[in-house]
Design a protein around this ligand. Sequence first.
Ligand code: FES
Length: 105
Amino acid sequence: MSDTPYFDKHVFFCMNMREDGRACCGKQGAQEAQQHAKKRIKQLGLNGAGKIRVNQAGCLDRCEEGPVLVVYPEGTWYTYVDTSDIDDIIDTHLVGGKVVDRLKI
Ligand code: FES
């Protein structure tokens, strides 16, 4: 067994959708944001083993701060408004290794 993590970075988007009126990331653009991230990581050739994985997740229990995503292994949490915020997280954090302070929660 190797000590090297299978993915260099693993990104989880909360995709939870609620119909009872409570806050949920699914109604705040999570679907579009996750698909945008996945597509862009692939376009950049950064997807796959040893690189970056973008996954869908259920509720991550930070609903009021949403929409949210979390980047591991750092455990850095972000919120976002649109796909330009997602691009900033990709370019600055996932590629550049620096936290995007303005989106961090
Ligand atoms: S609905 Fe997204 S964190 Fe709970």
